[in-house]
Design a protein around this ligand. Structure first.
Ligand code: NAD
Ligand code: MG
Length: 403
């Protein structure tokens, strides 16, 4: 089939939604792919099962408390068991052809930066990396000579239709948004929505954090910032279009009037396959898109008044400096609190807004120029955000959040 030598793949966040879709593709094509390392946060059983069935060389579990259990489960298999956040970074640094970065949140930043230094290609699902430290991240990729391929469906769509030779003729890059479970709701209706309702995404099956981000439209805001860094396009050339069917994933408008789009079923295995096989293509077990059966595709402008998170992200992107880092950290805290039933849906945007203005008035707004800069600003913003949620818990320094 001319696929060339077997590609060695490492999956960071292998037990998550994107991670499992990746492992599914790897398992179907063992002649084409070999698995170098798999990592997870604390789901040892799932990690060990995946590693054994995919014959991975190494694993890493971020939570040190369950590291002994991982070693026990892998005893006698010959699969290496690393532990702790350093273990995840070590796994990310092992030689591989492609590292798939599918950890959720800013926790993925350090391992993904490590991957940029050791792998020629990083397939990036973790958009928070680019929101937290986009300029530094893309600069690190350039210096390491690494290629960053977008897994996020909208960015992958744009990547597929963006003609590098015609960059000067790109008028606009458009990300589509499903609108989430609350499309068409009023602010009044949103006051009482529950975690269960927010977790019921109409089109995509994803991890909890991104599902809530989709319900607030923060996901689209994070994706605008992601696109800004990935494709080096100025904010004013980026647009958002709500498209509830989630069939058209992204569009590029050229100055000759052409509007190029990529279409596909809402299944992450399509963009993941695109990255794993790039620059070739591979087959993926995805339901073919039946346009005649769908009949109608609809598009509408986003409702920024009802869903203020989109505007907050756009403003942070326009402001520059460390505003996007603060936005991301505050949102991670607010979403974790919402998922723990300690914060209402409408308070998510309020906490992000309050944190942004608190950080700005404290002068916490320089653009992160190193990993330490980014992590310091991230930690400071998390503290402020937690203060905005519950002042007493912030004083105890309880600012860790895990999805
Ligand atoms: P998920 O919650 O399903 O999985 C997250 C993975 O990261 C798990 O393997 C978990 O063990 C690991 N993890 C969590 N915290 C960690 C930590 N502190 N240290 C190390 N590992 C940790 O998330 P997901 O939905 O698969 O999303 C992953 C990333 O991909 C996110 O950045 C998300 O925005 C992005 N993304 C997801 C989708 C999707 O369809 N799910 C689509 C586009 C982009
Ligand atoms: Mg997306």
């Amino acid at each position: 089939r001319g696929a060339g030598p077997r590609r060695r793949i490492t999956v960071l966040g292998a037990t998550g939604s994107v991670g499992r879709s990746t492992c599914d593709l790897l398992a179907r094509d063992p002649e084409r792919f070999a698995v170098e390392a798999l990592t997870a946060n604390r789901d040892v059983a799932a990690l060990a099962d995946l590693a054994i069935s995919l014959r991975a060389r190494a694993t890493a579990i971020a939570d040190p408390a369950v590291w002994p259990e991982l070693r026990d489960r892998l005893a006698g298999t010959g699969i290496e068991a690393l532990g702790g956040p350093e273990g995840v970074i070590e796994a990310a640094s092992r030689p591989a052809d492609i590292v798939v970065s599918a950890i959720v949140g800013a926790a993925g930043l350090a391992p993904t930066l490590a991957a940029l230094r050791s792998a020629p290609t990083v397939a990036l699902a973790n958009k928070e990396c680019l929101v937290c430290a986009g300029a530094f991240f893309m600069d690190s990729a350039r210096r390491a000579g690494a290629t960053v391929l977008p897994v996020d469906s909208e960015h992958n769509a744009i990547f597929q239709v963006l003609e590098e030779a015609n960059r000067d003729f790109v008028e606009e890059i458009v990300l589509t948004a499903s609108g989430g479970p609350f499309r068409g709701f009023t602010r009044e209706q949103l006051r009482h929505v529950t975690r269960q309702q927010a977790l019921r995404h109409p089109k995509w099956s994803m991890g909890a954090k991104i599902t809530i981000d989709s319900a607030t439209l923060m996901n689209k805001g994070l994706e605008l910032i992601e696109a800004h860094h990935l494709f080096a396009v100025p904010a004013e050339r980026l647009g958002v279009l709500v498209h509830p069917q989630s069939v058209v994933h992204g569009l590029v408008r050229y100055r000759d009037g052409s509007l190029l789009a990529q279409l596909g079923s809402p299944d992450m295995r399509t963009p993941i396959a695109c990255c794993l096989a790039w620059p070739a293509r591979m087959a993926a077990p995805v339901a073919p898109l039946d346009l005649a059966r769908l009949g109608t595709l609809t598009f509408e402008a986003p409702d920024r008044e009802t869903f203020p998170c989109l505007g907050l992200a756009e403003a942070a992107m326009a402001r520059g400096g460390g505003a996007a880092t603060v936005l991301n950290a505050a949102n991670e805290v607010a979403v974790a609190e919402f998922l723990a039933d300690r914060l209402g849906y409408l308070q998510i945007a309020a906490v992000v807004e309050e944190t942004l203005s608190a950080c700005e008035s404290r002068g916490l707004s320089a653009v992160p120029a190193s990993l330490d800069d980014a992590l310091d600003l991230d930690a400071a913003a998390r503290h402020k955000a937690l203060e905005a949620v519950t002042p007493s818990r912030a004083r105890r320094g309880d600012s860790q959040c895990v999805f």
